[in-house]
Design a protein around this ligand. Structure first.
Ligand code: BES
Ligand code: MN
Ligand code: MN
Length: 463
């Protein structure tokens, strides 16, 4: 496999060009207006898997967006790696905060990416990271280096909670049969310190509606005499955290597994500079649950955050009004062993209970997902670590991430195999934000590292 570096050098421009083509399709799953782009992108992924050397590739219809499935089976007795990724992206809003148009990819240098980064929606999450696997396959097939069987399952609904994937997985158990699942949809510590994600947080997502009077009212004629649903909603939301930033919903922490002091000490060894963290975000101070470090707060602890809040008059100038309704979208990130359905229920009961009689509240659950942690004593992890050691010159650090990929827990239950989360993005890559980007170094390093995973995994699995 000593020729991989050369192969990348020779094909680098094409690898980037092909990624650019993929990034030009605005495959936004949250907005039905982009259905055409979704279908177009699914077709692009299909073509790319065929070109890379898959024997069969198909676009599988689901109740929602199609899933692209491809495979190359070289020998039934050899292990099978299942690659999962997603071709859908987050909406680009607020579009005016992008320095270049979100669906016109461009390479620019940054402080963290002195060799340049590809700027576009989906560059890192997840088209760029997914496409590393397609190009790694291309290298292995063209150079006779594919040591085992490979299957690809690339979905188009990850950013909306993967509503069709469970449906698909349950109906295709045989087709998806594998020994290990390989996913690049997370991040690593930095470009000179690789890490492997060993945990993901779960998610419970709700929308709340608070209704006061049956119509909007003149805030002079009625102000002071009836409940203003925005005032009430703000008060209710504020009460969901106490002065130590603990969440006040009864039972919320009941199932949270606390880490041992040893585990916390181990975590604290990962390189991290609070000063740089604050500087990068332009904040004077961090903020969070008392008794936990920043890295603990955003990975091993559950959270509750308002993601959006609206109601009343927000147009130009002033309008004196007491609105009839106020709304908020609230997400809770969960850690083992919290159950998203239980947490949603606890939230709903609590939120209804704390509402004053003067308003009505409605809580509507959205998608959820189970948290996930994986041990590091399996050959999937070991092979990944060996691959990083080979290409980065140092071993990877296991790290629990704060993000969620709800489907990973489902894979473990339905397909009975471990997911190895080899992410190559950086936290500073602005995923879901304006100016999302993915380092050229990261993209190419991913393509270089992935074939070693296949090699070491197959060696370990067939020993
Ligand atoms: N790729 C991300 C998740 C991620 C990013 C995990 C970085 C770890 C590090 C994924 O596309 C995502 O955005 N997931 C959503 C959840 C989903 C149900 C919408 C999330 O975490 O908000
Ligand atoms: Mn993603
Ligand atoms: Mn995402």
């Amino acid at each position: 496999m000593s020729d991989i570096k050369n192969y990348i050098k020779e094909n680098k421009d094409r690898f980037l060009e092909e990624l650019f083509t993929l990034l030009k399709s605005p495959s936004i799953s949250a907005d039905a207006n982009y259905k055409n782009a979704i279908l177009q992108t699914a077709n692009q992924v299909k073509d790319s898997l065929e070109d890379a050397g898959c024997d069969t590739v198909e676009i599988c219809e689901t109740p929602g967006n199609p899933i692209v499935y491809g495979e190359k089976i070289i020998d039934k007795n050899l292990p099978t790696v299942l690659v999962y990724g997603h071709y859908d992206v987050q909406p680009a809003d607020p579009i005016e905060l992008w320095d270049s148009p979100p669906f016109e990819p461009i390479i620019k240098k940054t402080e963290i990416h002195p060799n340049g980064a590809v700027f576009a929606r989906g560059a890192c999450d997840d088209k760029g990271q997914m496409y590393m696997h397609v190009k790694a396959l291309e290298y292995m097939v063209k150079n006779n280096q594919l040591p085992c069987n490979v299957k690809f399952m690339i979905e188009g609904e990850e950013e909306i909670g993967s509503p069709s994937l469970e449906w698909f997985v349950k109906r295709n158990q045989d087709k998806l049969k594998n020994d290990v699942i390989l996913i690049s949809d997370t991040g690593m510590i930095s470009n000179d310190q690789p890490s492997i994600t060993t945990g993901l947080r779960g998610l419970s997502y709700v929308e709340v509606e608070v209704t006061g009077p049956n119509r909007d009212l003149h805030s002079g004629l009625y102000g002071g005499a009836v409940a203003n649903p925005i005032n009430i909603l703000a008060k209710m939301i504020a009460s969901l955290h106490d002065e130590n930033n603990h969440i006040t919903i009864p039972g919320f922490y009941d199932k949270v597994i606390e880490l041992t002091p040893e585990e916390r000490a181990e975590m604290a060894k990962a390189p991290f500079s609070l000063e740089e963290y604050k500087k990068a975000l332009d904040i004077e101070e961090v903020y969070g649950e008392k008794g936990y470090t920043t890295n603990e707060r955003n990975s091993i602890r559950p959270t509750l955050d308002v993601n959006g809040i609206w109601g009343g008059y927000t147009g130009e100038g002033a309008k004196t009004v007491i609105p009839s309704k106020a709304y908020a979208k609230i997400s809770m990130r969960l850690v083992p062993d919290q159950d998203p359905n239980e947490i949603t229920k606890l939230f709903k009961e609590h939120f209804e209970k704390i509402a004053p009689k003067a308003v009505k509240v409605k809580v509507t659950p959205h998608h959820g997902g189970h948290p996930y942690v994986t041990p590091i004593d399996n050959i999937g992890y070991k092979a990944a670590n060996k691959a990083y050691t080979k290409t980065f010159g140092k071993p990877a650090i296991p790290q629990r991430s704060g993000g969620s990929i709800p489907i990973v827990a489902l894979f473990e239950n339905e397909l009975k195999s471990k997911s190895i989360l080899m992410g190559f993005g950086l936290d500073s890559d602005a995923i879901h934000s304006p100016n999302e980007h993915f380092g050229v170094f990261n993209y190419l390093k991913g393509i270089e590292t992935i074939p070693y995973f296949y090699k070491y995994y197959t060696e370990m699995a067939t020993k």
